[in-house]
Design a protein around this ligand. Structure first.
Ligand SMILES: [Zn+2]
Length: 80
């Protein structure tokens, strides 16, 4: 797959999150960029004081995750 973030053809991140966002990441984000995001995510959580155990904060974090990777709010039909 070609990664949406780095544009390289690399191994995908795999199933790292549930739901629609998880599917988008599995199809479009490489494992290297996902690993980078996991480091970045820690800073984001601290910066905003997010508590990922709470649904509201988790959804906010997912929104920031989408922005980070430039993923659309709703997935568009796959072009093949
Ligand atoms: Zn990548």
């Amino acid at each position: 797959m070609t990664c949406v973030r780095c544009g390289e053809r690399r191994e995908g991140a795999g199933s790292v999150l549930p739901g629609m966002l998880g599917e988008q990441i599995a199809r479009r984000v490489c494992s290297a960029c996902w690993a980078e995001w996991l480091q970045e995510q820690i800073k984001v959580i601290n910066h905003y004081g997010l508590r990922p155990a709470l649904r509201e904060d988790r959804e906010r974090l997912y929104g920031i995750t989408r922005e980070y990777f430039g993923l659309p709010p709703e997935d568009l039909p796959e072009r093949s």
